[in-house]
Design a protein around this ligand. Structure first.
Ligand code: ATP
Length: 291
């Protein structure tokens, strides 16, 4: 039996024995003719090459080749597990996977990992659930779906970013001002409801405006093109992030709002709560179901 077949058979056997909810594969491993016992197989998108290259090159000091190799394997294993966690979190947001065990097979240039992942312990999903103490879960899911879409499709061939400040909207409005006329002012709630998919195209259109969206805890958009008047001092966020992220983190410190940002440059979705970054994930394409 060839190597690929052994890996696929093993992943399928583990899945059957653990009664997994799904098998998720990053790579080209074929499950054709493999008995999964009815467990669906999903193909998730591979990580961008830039991230893998960065991972492989990090920490190369050339002093101890064996240690270096061990470190590299550890880094790859951590990255593969992280990749699976992110892909599982995306499927959770999309409503395809809710709970249980996922068996992941993540292939990189030099290794294949079989990862047994418990969705209930997924730190990204736990963080999303934490937000439900303040805003409705459907609102959080809708904003995350729109954010993935903004990153994956952009607008007229251009990459775009966005920020949504959700909940405590009265306080958020007090601490911000319009950069341009508010496009949502005076419109009926049905056109401002983020839970209604028919409104998503216009949200994507308005995400090209400077400023942020202010959304209440029930998902009704109060404003777009809003500038946050916050004191960005003492906001401890990842170096290199600009005004959008700093102001989003700061408003989550000054109010009980949750801030969701997607960066124009890196396509990374971040969630800030109480000035802390509680979610940081790549916006990967949704998985494709094979069987
Ligand atoms: N205080 C603020 N309130 C609202 N929007 C802001 C604020 N500061 C910046 N922005 C918005 O963020 C956009 C991007 O700014 P900047 O590049 O500095 O942020 P960033 O955090 O690096 O985001 P990205 O990674 O998407 O570029 C600006 O065009 C503006 O629309």
């Amino acid at each position: 039996m060839n190597r690929a077949r052994i890996i696929a058979e093993t992943a399928a056997r583990i899945s059957r024995e653990l009664d997994a909810a799904a098998i998720m594969v990053s790579g080209e491993l074929s499950f054709e003719g493999i008995e999964t016992g009815g467990i669906p197989v999903y193909y998730i998108s591979m990580r961008p090459k830039s991230i893998i290259d960065h991972l492989v090159s990090t920490g190369k000091d050339g002093k101890n080749p064996l240690k270096e190799l061990g470190d590299q394997i550890n880094r790859e294993a951590a990255s593969n597990s992280d990749h699976l966690q992110q892909a599982a979190a995306i499927e959770y947001v999309l409503g395809k996977l809710e709970k249980g065990i996922i068996v992941g097979v993540v292939e990189t240039r030099s290794s294949s990992s079989i990862i047994v992942h418990n969705i209930d312990e997924n730190p990204l999903i736990k963080a999303m659930k934490e937000c439900q103490e303040r805003i409705r879960s459907e609102v959080m899911s809708a904003i995350m779906k729109i954010s993935f879409d903004i990153v994956l499709t952009g607008r007229e061939g251009k990459k775009i970013g966005a920020a949504f400040i959700i909940g405590d909207s009265e306080e958020v409005l007090k601490r911000s001002h319009q950069l341009i006329l508010n496009p949502y002012a005076g419109h009926d709630e049905i056109y401002r409801n983020i839970l209604d998919k028919r409104n998503w195209e216009s949200i994507k259109e308005f995400s090209q405006l400077d400023g942020v969206f202010v959304v209440d805890e029930n998902g009704i958009i109060q404003a777009a093109g809003r500038y946050l008047d916050v004191d960005a001092k003492n906001v401890d966020i990842e170096k290199g992030l600009g005004g959008r992220h700093v102001s989003a983190a700061a408003i989550s410190r000054d109010t009980v709002a949750i801030a969701v940002t997607v960066s124009e440059s890196g396509g990374i979705l971040r969630v800030y709560k109480d000035a802390k970054e509680i979610i940081c994930m790549e916006c990967l394409k949704p998985a494709v179901r094979y069987i």
